[in-house]
Design a protein around this ligand. Structure first.
Ligand SMILES: Cc1ncc(COP(=O)(O)O)c(C=O)c1O
Length: 385
């Protein structure tokens, strides 16, 4: 069957393709260690699971739910933003729970983009920004994030572009894949840039609690609500990636606009899941500290692994990955990744899948037990000999 034109140039998601290849290699007995994808391997807090079980056992929790999400979950998100980010949001009008923040990216593109509308997307950046823009009929205009600029957009370069057709700009700090943390100055510049050019800034913020003691929301900048939508997620912060719980935060008008599209796409989320997510949002710093202690220990092993591969990296990264520059012996991260996959049976993500500016990098996920990193290290050491 001929697929719609909107799918032209949209390939299968890289990881879905690669996981198939890894499965094939495993069938041949290779026992690949996958250090590629950022899917937390740890469980959510036991209280969260208990809430889901108890609520699911009740007879009256199985109906369709409100398109706007349960008031309990919206209130929990509002309190969470107040407590952790110091941002005031109305639970009634400024919060829209999502079935994962990935769907929010698509909903935003479908809500705001007409043909020929342009969107600033980071290079390197989360590949979904690019595909969602294209699927919605918009045009991606990449802005490069360079290591020497601490992976901040080059605003003077952006100002020289014709921005008249640009409607949205995707930004994401702590940045994936580079692990770069934001600064107050960068966030203020982003809001000012959006206001000056009437560009809606979409801040995607799923990593602010991972290996970071100072979670910041772009909505904490004065006047940001006028021009910013922020996406957040429980996938990484609460080990709930498979649960699919995210949130869109922004001005009442933005929430209503996106809801016009979204309410035609799904029919709400399972209530027990929303109530368990609300429970997760009440967890205190002990929870984050516990999760981060585990990631910190793993990260030390990843640093060792990267040193064995003679990669260069910063220790000041946040999020559940380590981003590293490859040694000059390799042309691209793809070349190094393939060598490590085929010769050491360890999969590491090539940075080039996040955009051309990632070509000289690789990204290692922290989502595996320490023993897997130790085993990877042994395999990679023997590869070097
Ligand atoms: C930068 C970024 N944004 C969004 C997502 C999607 O998260 P969710 O599980 O909430 O859909 C991911 C997932 O890997 C991500 O890395």
């Amino acid at each position: 069957m001929k697929t719609a034109k909107r799918l032209d140039g949209i390939g299968e998601y890289y990881f879905s393709q690669k996981l198939r290849e890894i499965e094939e290699l495993n069938k041949q007995g290779k026992q690949i260690i996958n250090l590629g994808i950022g899917s937390p391997d740890l469980p959510p807090h036991p209280e969260v699971i208990r809430t889901l079980q108890e609520e699911a056992a009740k007879p009256n929790t199985h109906a369709y739910q409100s398109y706007k999400g349960s008031p309990v979950l919206r209130k929990a998100f509002a309190d969470w933003y107040h407590n952790w980010y110091g941002v005031e949001l109305s639970a009634e009008t400024e919060i829209l729970p999502l079935i994962g923040s990935k769907e929010g990216i698509m909903h935003i593109c479908m809500t705001y983009l007409d043909k020929k509308d342009e969107v600033l997307v980071p290079n390197p950046g989360y590949p979904t920004y690019r595909s969602a823009v294209k699927l919605a009929g918009g045009k991606c205009v990449e802005y490069e994030l360079k290591e020497k600029n601490n992976y901040a957009p080059d605003f003077s370069k952006l100002e020289k572009k014709d921005l008249s057709r640009v409607k949205l700009m995707f930004v994401n700090y702590p940045q994936m894949p580079t692990g770069q943390l934001p600064t107050k100055e960068l966030f203020e510049k982003l809001v000012a840039f959006g206001k000056k050019h009437d560009i809606l800034i979409i801040h995607d913020n799923p990593y602010s609690f991972i290996l970071n003691e100072d979670p910041v929301s772009l909505l904490s900048v004065d006047g940001a609500k006028e021009i910013v939508i922020e996406l957040n997620s429980l996938s990484k912060s609460h080990n709930m990636a498979g649960w699919r719980v995210g949130v869109l935060c922004g001005a009442k008008e933005r929430v209503e606009e996106v809801l016009r599209f979204k309410s035609n796409m799904d029919s709400g989320m399972f209530l027990p899941l929303q109530l368990a997510a609300a429970k997760a949002l009440t967890l205190g710093k002990e929870w984050q500290d516990e999760v981060n202690a585990i990631y910190r220990e793993r990260r030390e092993k990843v640093f060792e692994l990267l040193e064995t591969l003679e990669c260069i990296y910063s220790k000041e990264q946040a999020g559940m990955f380590v981003w590293a520059r490859i040694p000059s012996a390799y042309k691209t991260g793809f070349e190094l990744s393939d060598k490590v996959l085929y010769e050491a049976n360890v999969f590491i993500t090539p940075g080039g899948i996040f955009g051309t500016a990632g070509d000289k990098y690789i990204r290692v996920s922290l989502c595996a037990p320490v023993s897997r990193f130790e085993e990877s290290l042994q395999r990679i050491k023997s590869l070097k000999v």
